[in-house]
Ligand binder design. Structure first.
Ligand code: ADP
Ligand code: 3PG
Ligand code: MG
Length: 393
């Protein structure tokens, strides 16, 4: 990829700099920040702007509030964490646009920060509504794209704003492009892609691009359910996402010719009503009323065997519901095995990074990306709208 204009070369002193960050951090059920990696990774750019005397306005989404104000998705906890990480107060504007945000951004002094409330409280964000993008763009004079995790979205803050302001990328985006670029071109083989997670409707249609590109594609987590359901497996009371028939059919058609080995689970750990313990069963024989929650021991061994001898591994998505100790073994054991293997191993995804750290197996990775879906698309060579809009250096 040709290098993009960098924040390191932008004139920012005394100017209002509008920075799109991805502070969409995983939250605990109580609404606390479960992992602050996405905030921490943006700090080098924020400290640079502070030292250079910029007036920095930060904007992000959190979760999927679907265009409505919803206090469960407020960025307030993020403002508090950021304040303590930066060692200076980061005030918030209660709304991403409007008089208050305009006044607050106009009052900023050199080296100060302001965080806007969740962009997705407005339907105009995801719709990339021109009026909403114009309102956002009025807050700044320069735009910095630092939300690597969101550059696969053509939203107002990722595309509409940079179309309206002089733009560049931040240091995190530069690093992500450099590191993930190793998986885009000239990847060292064998190349194994290990996938799981829950954003099935988002991810499943993307898997096709790994066919022919990777040597093996190992699919676990909830992502495996539609493949097995299509093959006639009995999945009991497991919730299987629908509406994916055409993507599944296209995948099956191309997989046959692609020369990529596709490995699906042989067995599960299931949750059985009335029983506190996890039980194992065959991947195609989940009893009525039971729910598949994690890959089983045979599948762990199978996945590990595929990882042995690989030179490059890309992982996105927990292989089971790893937040629940009973269903963490699949992810933990496979990644613990990976930890002992040589090669370049990349972890991608907000939940994936948190789960790997919680399970003590993040040492399996040479690089941990802040992107989930964005990293998935980037390593497949896709053109990402939030990067395509930034001028070359
Ligand atoms: P990432 O944020 O890393 O891109 P996702 O958001 O797609 O990953 O998915 C993460 C979530 O997937 C985790 O919270 C995990 O609990 C859930 N998950 C994975 N497999 C299963 C499963 N079999 N059943 C229920 N939840 C699952
Ligand atoms: C992510 O967590 O992958 C990014 O923040 C993008 O979130 P989204 O999938 O809700 O657009
Ligand atoms: Mg996630």
């Amino acid at each position: 990829m040709t290098p993009l204009r960098s924040v390191g070369d932008a004139a920012v002193h005394g100017r209002r700099v509008l920075v799109r960050v991805d502070f969409n951090v995983p939250l605990t059920p109580e609404g606390a920040i479960a992992d602050d990696r996405r905030i921490v990774e943006a700090l080098p750019t924020l400290r640079h702007l502070e030292a250079a005397g910029a007036r920095t306005i930060l904007m992000s989404h959190l979760g999927r509030p679907d265009g409505r104000r919803d206090s469960r998705f407020s960025l307030r906890p993020v403002a508090r964490r950021l304040s303590s990480l930066l060692g200076r107060p980061v005030p918030m504007a209660e709304d991403a646009v409007g008089v208050h945000a305009l006044e607050a951004s106009a009052r900023l002094q050199n080296g100060e920060f302001l965080l806007l409330e969740n962009l997705r409280f407005h339907p105009g964000e995801e719709a990339n509504d021109p009026a909403f993008a114009t309102q956002l763009a009025q807050l700044g004079e320069v735009f910095v794209e630092e939300a690597f995790g969101t550059v696969h979205r053509a939203h107002a803050s990722t595309v509409g704003v940079p179309q309206r302001l002089p733009s560049c990328v931040g240091f995190l985006v530069e690093r992500e492009i450099r590191e993930l670029g190793r998986l885009r071109e000239g990847v060292e083989r064998p190349y194994v892609v290990l996938l799981g997670g829950a954003k099935v409707a988002d991810k499943l249609p993307l898997l096709e691009s790994f066919l022919g590109r990777a040597d093996s594609l190992l699919i676990g987590g909830a992502l495996a359910f539609p493949f097995l359901a299509r093959a006639g497996a009995r999945l009991g009371a497991t919730a299987v996402e629908g509406g994916l028939e055409s993507a599944l059919a296209r995948f099956a058609e191309r997989a046959a010719a692609a020369g990529t080995k596709v490995v699906l689970p042989d067995d599960w750990l299931i949750e059985v009503p009335g029983s506190a313990d996890a039980q194992a069963c065959g991947a195609r024989e989940v009893p009525d009323g039971a729910i598949a929650r994690d890959i089983g021991p045979r599948t762990r061994d199978r996945f590990y065997a595929e990882l042995t001898g690989s030179r490059t591994v890309f992982w996105n998505g927990p292989l089971g519901r790893a937040e629940d100790r009973r269903f963490a073994a699949g992810t933990r054991e496979v990644l613990a095995g990976l930890q002992g293997l040589a090669g370049y191993h990349v972890c991608a995804g907000g939940d994936s990074a948190r789960v790997a750290a919680d399970l003590g197996v993040d040492g399996a990775f040479q690089y941990i990306s802040t992107g989930g879906g964005a990293a998935l698309e980037f390593v497949q060579g896709a053109e990402l709208p939030g990067l395509a809009v930034i001028p070359s250096a």
